[in-house]
Design a protein around this ligand. Sequence first.
Ligand code: AMP
Length: 278
Amino acid sequence: MKIIGTVSELKKELSGLTNIGFVPTMGALHNGHLALVKKAISENKLTVVSIFVNPTQFNDPKDLEKYPRPLEADCRLLEDAGTDIVFAPSVSEMYPEPDNRVFDFGNLSNVMEGQFRPGHFNGVGQIVSRLFDIVRPKRAYFGEKDFQQLAIVRELNRQLGFDIEIIGCPIVREADGLAMSSRNARLNTELRKAAPAIYKALSESKAAQKTSSVNETINSVIEKINKEEGLEVEYFEIVDGNTLQTIKEWEETNYPVGCIAVFAGETRLIDNITYDKY
Ligand code: AMP
């Protein structure tokens, strides 16, 4: 496995190659990331994994500062998984000059994460487009855990004409249901114990879907989670999985998805669940 820190070296290494699989990450890797990496390895001739904590997508400077960066341990995991190349650039390597580009993702970016994390998806657009441009992969792998991000990346790929196959991968969870996240490591014992209530409430709401309206579903999920000590729902919305616009009745879409953001103490966790089509 090669560990590369500069754009020029990576470009040299990849020149002339086709059939590249690409997994962009911010590091602090867990089995959710590794599932993407393993899928990429199984479907491509060569797999590149990037590790870069992108400052332009953080709207909260404290969150950026606290973000874990265990590069050595990450590289060991990636090597064991069979990764060919790790691209781990510095901030100045990725942004030799400030990136002033402004993206327009339409209504996809006005809601949910876009509403509560202003500028976040513009930063995602900046880094993902830059990485796509450098790596020029055939396929790129993203987790459904970041459901809205996946929709934004598909739109970015379409708008900029990269023609990359964007592959969404299912959410990988801990045994107790908590969606794996690099931020879970920040939870203290009590919050870690409380956090599985998020997925529990989502799963129960799916089980009760047939006998509940969209509104009742939303209220019951929020109520159950907020009852847990230390947890507070920032938003929970049920949307059409393609347009990301909220629905009022199940019949309005054949792809209903519930997307949630919850503060566990100061740590912000996201998750989602796909409901049945009516
Ligand atoms: P991050 O390092 O958080 O930017 O995540 C890098 C990629 O891994 C993104 O495409 C995420 O959606 C994906 N990912 C993170 N956590 C999970 C998970 N629990 N299950 C599946 N994919 C995940």
